[in-house]
Design a protein around this ligand. Structure first.
Ligand SMILES: NC(=O)c1ccc[n+]([C@@H]2O[C@H](COP(=O)([O-])OP(=O)(O)OC[C@H]3O[C@@H](n4cnc5c(N)ncnc54)[C@H](O)[C@@H]3O)[C@@H](O)[C@H]2O)c1
Length: 318
């Protein structure tokens, strides 16, 4: 089993749909002992019910807004587990009103809250986790989203927070790398959960991805969990500071989708989702025609990049 004898803590279990729960369950199936945290009393019962299906779970309260809660979690883990092999940070929050209108209307308080809960918490958690991971090749994993790289309708301040989270994990990877601790994020495709239900027009995003993703379907919790398993296990022992994607949009697989004669203009790769404000809905990016030889040239370059990705495990950015 991939996580035999390992011990990990998973932040962010709200209910059985939570990505955190899918990852916790998968990690436990692969031999890990798990500590789960829940945000508040309202979610405690869910967390305890789910945890009861695991072997010797530790279930702890943690509101990541509170330094004492975070310190308390790691103190208990030190007592109960002695050390720690992995951390899953699957926590994010923004005020509902910030996910409805336009980003330009973000309030100062809404900006602060989104960043405090969704970004700073990873730094605070990593700081407490690091001493417990000494000598154990620890892995810290957070969950991010495409809205931190591209403009996604209504994702607004959460997109800005995800961009900060993506950068935050790279600084953490640099700081903790000398101690043998890896820090990565997994960028999941859209999945229906409690958090995503708060994003206005989320069903449109699901619909768009269903039509645009290379596999022509949305990602499932279990698939996110399997990808997470790779990043938590020693299979990814050489990977840190990275943000792999689970089910990219068609516009993110670059040249592999090009058909000579009808290919999207390169500028449109910057638009994972085109938003028609007048209709308040996602629309298909326009398809423009470019000469066949240009498309063939770009496709050849893409194939070389793809081969390079397979050989080196790197995702190339343009
Ligand atoms: N669902 C998606 O489409 C999707 C896609 C990509 C990334 N993600 C990310 O995955 C992560 C998990 O989200 P999810 O979709 O599973 O939804 P979810 O609602 O199940 O999980 C979000 C969790 O954050 C916790 N949380 C919020 N504020 C907190 C606080 N102050 N203290 C402690 N915990 C707090 C909630 O209790 C909840 O458990 C988030 O970072 C989210 O942005 C989700």
């Amino acid at each position: 089993m991939l996580l035999d004898g390992k011990q990990g803590v998973v932040f962010g279990v709200a209910n059985k749909r939570s990505l955190a729960w899918a990852i916790a369950r998968r990690a436990a199936e692969q031999g890990a002992r798990i500590a789960l945290t829940y945000q508040n009393e309202r979610l405690e019962e869910n967390a305890r019910e789910l945890a009861a299906t695991l072997d010797r779970p530790l279930v702890l309260p943690c509101d990541v807004n509170k330094d004492d809660d975070i310190a308390g979690v790691f103190a208990r883990i030190k007592d109960e587990f002695g050390g720690l092999d992995f951390v899953v940070h699957a926590v994010a929050f923004a005020l509902t009103e910030e996910l409805e209108g336009e980003y330009v209307n973000t309030s100062r308080e809404g900006f602060r809250i989104a960043h405090d809960v969704s970004v700073y918490s990873l730094t605070a958690i990593a700081k407490h986790a690091a001493p417990l991971m000494e000598g154990r090749s620890g892995s810290i994993l957070t969950l991010t989203y495409l809205g931190g790289e591209r403009v996604i309708p209504h994702y607004n301040v959460m997109g800005v927070a995800k961009a900060a989270l993506d950068m935050s994990l790279r600084y953490l990877a640099a700081d903790l790398g000398p101690s043998g601790i890896r820090v990565n994020a997994l960028s999941a495709g859209p999945v229906k959960t409690l958090a995503s239900a708060g994003i206005k027009g989320f069903s449109k995003i699901l619909e768009h991805m269903r039509n645009r993703a290379p596999l022509r379907r949305n990602v499932e919790q279990a698939e996110v969990a399997d990808a997470a398993l790779f990043l938590l296990s020693d299979l990814s022992r050489g990977v840190t500071g990275e943000v792999p994607w689970a089910l990219p949009s068609l516009w993110d697989v670059n040249t592999t989708i090009m058909v000579p004669g009808t290919t999207p203009a390169s500028a449109q790769f910057q638009n994972a989702l085109k938003y028609d404000a007048a209709q308040d809905k996602a629309v298909d990016p326009e398809v423009v025609t470019v000469p066949t030889q240009v498309a063939v040239g770009v496709a050849t370059f893409g194939a070389a990049m793809g081969a390079s990705f397979l050989l080196t495990g790197r995702r190339w950015r343009f």
